[in-house]
Write a protein that binds this ligand. Structure first.
Ligand SMILES: [Zn+2]
Ligand SMILES: [Zn+2]
Length: 329
């Protein structure tokens, strides 16, 4: 299927879906139970399948790819290297496979790609003059290192009984509810941190680096200034207070580290075969990369932007409102 069938292209090649971005069903009044069910379980789905996919990775890594807690009572290089290695491998696997399929093999060409221009090469804005290599560098050197550091400190604290460690059976309802709430907890933390990053000194000192990716690809997701990484992953500190078990912190960190690959992939839909495509819910954050001063929250909680008057749904009316707001500054 080509994108002409759904949506259309502007003269300069940008493709846009036909309908404005909708508020997620739980935030629409009057309540629409069927739509809420679809929001929870229809692709990309708040609970299934995407969040469950990341949760499955967290469970596998906790049970099979995390050293024994008893061995993590002091900061030994051995166990920290294991965690760094598996985080590096997860990043390369998720970001690399999306990039390989969409940009190297060009699995669906430019169908449903927001911006048809290729990722920048020979550009002085990027390290090595190359957007993808620059993005990979910041993601691996800064992103994986900061993620691993937060994880190591958290696991070290659990190992030393500085944080309460309970078996899931001790409070199964809260254990499962907290797992389900993690994308929302991240979305709130992300919104606050992101608004802070758009404060001029922090934007000029750090966040500009992420925003060079006006035409993002998967590797742009975790490509940030180290100061932004420090703030971005700091949401895990919440679990130092409310977690029952290291799996909550592990899942939060992995979700935060890995989900931006799809969120920044640059495509609105994935062609899954023949005429079948699935929407990716990427338009909301794409508009932030394109216009900067709108859609500061993650795609899970665009209602925060609605409440604070910065929601852009991709329509001309929303764009006129953005311009008016910027003119008033
Ligand atoms: Zn971004
Ligand atoms: Zn931003």
């Amino acid at each position: 299927m080509t994108d002409d069938a759904i949506g259309g292209r502007a003269e300069h090649g940008d493709w846009w879906p036909p309908d404005p971005i909708q508020m997620p069903a739980p935030f629409v009044w009057p309540p629409r139970p069927v739509a809420v069910f679809k929001w929870l379980f229809g692709f990309p789905g708040y609970l299934w399948p995407l969040t469950s996919f990341y949760l499955a990775i967290a469970l596998v890594t906790w049970f099979f790819l995390t050293p024994d807690l008893a061995s993590m009572r002091s900061f030994e290089p051995g166990w920290m290297a294991i965690i760094f290695g598996r985080n590096l491998a997860l990043t390369v696997l998720i970001y690399g496979s999306l990039h390989l399929y969409l940009y190297v093999l060009e699995g669906q060409g430019t169908n449903f790609k927001y911006n048809t221009r290729p990722q920048a090469t020979k550009s002085r804005a990027f390290l090595f003059g190359h957007q993808v290599r620059d993005n990979i560098f910041w993601s691996l050197a800064g992103g994986v290192t900061t993620w691993t550091a937060y994880e190591a400190v958290t696991l070290w604290a659990f190992a030393n009984d500085l944080l309460p460690f309970n078996d899931w059976a001790a409070n199964p309802v809260w254990f499962v509810a907290l797992l389900a709430l993690i994308p929302i907890i991240h979305a709130v933390h992300f919104y606050v941190a992101h608004r802070l990053l758009h404060w001029r000194p922090l934007y000029d000192g750090a966040h500009y680096l992420h925003h060079r990716n006006v035409n993002p690809g998967p590797w742009s997701g975790l490509s940030m200034h180290p100061l932004e990484h420090l703030l971005y992953f700091s949401g895990v500190i919440i679990y130092w207070v409310i977690a029952l078990h290291p799996i909550h912190a592990l899942f939060h960190l992995q979700f935060v580290a890995l989900a931006p690959a799809l969120g920044h992939c640059g495509f609105a839909r994935i062609v899954v075969g023949g005429d079948r495509t699935v929407g990716l819910n990427t338009g909301f954050h794409y508009l932030h990369h394109k216009h900067f001063e709108c859609n500061y929250s993650g795609e899970v909680l665009p209602v925060l932007d609605k409440w604070f008057g910065t929601f852009h749904d991709g329509s001309e009316a929303a764009h006129a409102r953005l311009k008016e707001r910027l003119a008033r500054r």
